[in-house]
Write a protein that binds this ligand. Structure first.
Ligand code: GLA
Length: 731
């Protein structure tokens, strides 16, 4: 790796233990020493771990069994003893004791974790080397392979586990993590995203004192309450720009858990994987199971650098499509304009107005299918509504294409309203426990994707839609979380549901390579690296209030790239909060990611539409910087009332400065933040949305004194409510 290391060793008894990992001091990172030479005495380390009868030992994969009584990453039970009973052994006692020992290791070049995308679309990055360490139980022919795939430029290792049952009996897996990350003794704190519907991605900082802190989700989606990523640093020793940060994320959209176990010796272990509360996975003789990946990484440049590593990793290795990737198009979405009152006429009217202001992708939201004239009926019936579209979708799609836009549709494939043809025909196709109530949320139930025929049926219905209509884009929604998860897949539905969603998405993308997908789950309920591997963009929240959104975006950006962040400009009086926001503010917030428009364009006057048009034209000029640049969070909304983002192209030739003040603290003067990533000797022109040059500054000045707050020129620093400025090298 460029500037990080990861060291482990095999003990004389055959345990694979962690010795250390993290960033290298700058001078070491550059000197390129032979790794063999550095690490030829690993046996000398790890003394401190022996205390308390081995309980502090840093196993790479701590198992339930052996002498381990702290948290495990893997727990299985064998129905019978491995050999004949010995004197004094009780008969027929399942053996819940796993003693994994080192067998061999190898370097692979084509290894992929479980649930890796199979849509055939390449990612941009090069192939990566993977270390595979094979472990086996001392007696049972039960194997665990530990994988470590290295992305050196991003200081990231992806870890996953593959189990293989080579015994003659069915082994039950009760707990399975993708990895355990061991941190050395210290006083640690963790930064993560917590929240709820309409307030997703609220940044939270949690001390990791002795005990266990758990983030998880049990609803069969990624969830609104926690998002599966973390940034850990020694308490108060990191900032946006400085400090050592250990970070991680799960590439998985099913029931997940991240446990932060802080032990008596002040070490912390992070166990990331399947949520184990309702897991019971049988592994038949000869069967294998590969988990998805847990991403681990290190930053020496604070939370900001950790985020940039994760963004870069997502763009290079996760998001579908090889380089060069075109920018995400400007989208129009009809939801807040027409809600369920979707008619061919009102959609055509919206499409014409959208095209005139510069929209590139027109998406019809909920209400276009089956009996879906409200949220009480129709989900599951993926056929065009004859009431809304008497001649099918063709007249609208033809119009949209003639206007030069792409066409998109909202779908919610995992769901069914009891009032639907699908449910009437197959009431047994939903998650439920026989003889028990089926609790509805938003009048809907969840299809049992543990049933292969259901997955096939939904995949076929979507394929038919795509074959019969020139659709370029799906907004794929999931508007309720699961309760009462009774499935024919038993207690594996926690991951089988997500796996089935992935399979349908992969199938569609493979057969329709031009299709792009947006992930949505009642707002930001399904944003993670597993979903980003088959979607192009995500919806971070149903809350489109610009003030709230600035906070949501700060939290989202901790782990995920702006390129994938869909954000809409909606009405002046926000539909969720009732708060008023100026057009400038709404655009300044929405232009930080993939811009979308969700306003009732058919109710706006010519003058306002002309302002939309100018703003969209400006966005298109700055879009490559916003979507491909390195992001520096110069100030956070939740901390001082102002969020300031600076996106800089890698060569420093252009930057976008976006300042959004959501709370004006009277009497507080803010010095302009110092800019980063520019070329010190270059001269930058500062342009506004009209391409008017406001000033010129030396890179060195901007990188030491910041961008001045100059009220005489309209205040282009951070004291005004919001501003988006484009910095372009003049020389
Ligand atoms: C969810 C989405 C919204 C919209 C509605 C439609 O709430 O997050 O954007 O698509 O569903 O029912």
């Amino acid at each position: 790796m460029d500037s990080a290391f990861y060291a482990m060793r095999v003990t004389p008894e055959g345990h694979l233990v962690h010795v250390g990992s993290g960033t290298l001091p700058a001078n070491l990172a550059q000197c390129g020493l032979d790794e063999e030479l550095w690490f030829d005495r690993l046996d000398d380390y790890e003394e401190y771990n022996y205390v308390w009868n081995n309980q502090g030992r840093c196993f790479e994969l701590p198992c339930f069994g052996d002498v381990n009584y702290v948290e495990s990453a893997l727990k299985v039970s064998f129905p019978q003893p491995a050999g004949p009973l010995e004197f004094g052994d009780a008969a027929n006692l399942p053996v819940r004791d796993l003693r994994l020992r080192y067998v061999s290791h190898d370097i692979l070049h084509d290894a992929a974790p479980g649930l890796a995308p199979e849509h055939g679309l390449p990612t941009r990055g090069p192939s990566r080397a993977t270390l595979c360490v094979v472990l086996k139980d001392e007696q049972y022919d039960f194997f665990a392979k530990l994988f470590y795939r290295v992305s050196p430029a991003q200081n990231i290792i992806e870890r996953w586990v593959e189990l293989e049952n080579c015994t003659c009996m069915t082994v039950t897996v009760h707990r399975l993590c993708f990895a355990t990350m061991n941190l050395p003794p210290g006083k640690w704190e963790m930064t993560h995203a917590a929240g709820v519907w309409a307030r997703e991605f609220a940044t939270q900082r949690t001390p990791l004192d002795q005990g266990t802190f758990v983030m998880d989700n049990r609803g069969l989606n990624t969830g609104h309450n926690h998002n599966p990523f973390y940034l850990i640093n020694e308490t108060a020793a990191a900032s946006e720009k400085n400090g050592t940060v250990h970070f991680g994320a799960l590439a998985f959209s099913g029931n997940w858990s991240l446990q932060f176990e802080s032990l008596f010796n002040q070490t912390v272990r992070v166990h990331g994987g399947y949520e184990a509360g309702d897991l019971s996975m049988p592994l038949a003789p000869g069967q294998k199971h590969a988990t998805p990946a847990m991403i681990l990484g290190w930053s020496e440049g604070g939370w900001g650098q950790a985020s940039r590593h994760l963004h870069d990793f997502a763009r290079e290795f996760v998001l579908p499509g090889a380089a060069p990737q075109p920018c995400r198009p400007v989208l129009y979405n009809s939801w807040e304009a027409t809600y369920f009152d979707v008619q061919v006429e009102n959609q055509i009217e919206l499409a014409r107005k959208a095209a005139a202001i510069g929209v590139e992708l027109f998406c019809v939201d909920d209400g276009w299918f089956g009996a879906r004239r409200h949220d009480r009926a129709g989900l599951g019936d993926w056929v065009v509504s004859p009431t809304a579209f008497p001649k099918g979708l063709k007249p609208l799609i033809d119009e949209v294409k003639e206007l030069g836009m792409k066409f998109g549709l909202w779908v919610e494939p995992e769901m069914v309203n009891p009032d639907s043809d699908l449910y009437r025909a197959h009431p047994d196709w939903v998650l439920h426990f026989p003889g028990r109530p089926r609790t509805e949320m938003r009048q809907q139930l969840i299809l049992d994707f543990g049933r292969e025929e259901v997955v096939q049926f939904i995949g076929d219905a979507l394929e038919k839609l795509l074959r019969e209509n020139a659709i370029d884009f799906f907004k794929w929604d999931m508007n309720r979380f699961a309760t009462e998860p009774g499935s024919v897949a038993g207690q594996t539905i926690g991951h089988r549901h997500a796996a089935a969603v992935y399979r349908i998405m992969d199938r569609l993308r493979k057969n329709f390579p031009h299709l792009s997908i947006q992930s949505c789950s009642g707002g930001g309920g399904r944003v993670d690296l597993g979903m980003l591997a088959r979607t192009d963009q995500v919806w971070t929240s149903d809350n489109t209030d610009a003030f709230d959104r600035a906070i949501i975006q700060d939290g989202y950006s901790l782990a995920y790239p702006p390129r994938a962040m869909e954000c809409w400009v909606t009405h002046e009086k926000n539909h969720q909060t009732g708060r008023h926001a100026s057009l400038d503010l709404r655009f300044d917030v929405a232009m930080r990611g993939a811009l979308g428009i969700g306003s009732s364009l058919n109710q706006l006057g010519e003058e306002e539409l002309a302002r939309y048009q100018r703003k969209i034209a400006f966005y298109k000029r700055i879009r490559p910087v916003v979507q491909e640049g390195n992001l520096h969070r110069l100030a956070l909304a939740a901390e001082g009332g102002t969020s300031i983002w600076l996106s800089v192209l890698r060569d420093g030739s252009q930057a976008v400065y976006s300042s959004v003040t959501i709370t004006q603290l009277q009497g507080v003067f803010r010095a302009p933040p110092v800019l980063c990533g520019l070329v010190p000797e270059a001269i930058y022109r500062v342009l506004d949305e009209h391409d008017t040059e406001l000033a010129r500054y030396h890179g060195a000045q901007l990188m030491t004194l910041g961008l001045p707050n100059d009220p005489t020129k309209g205040g282009f620093g951070c004291t005004v409510r919001s501003k988006t400025l484009w910095l372009v090298r003049a020389d």
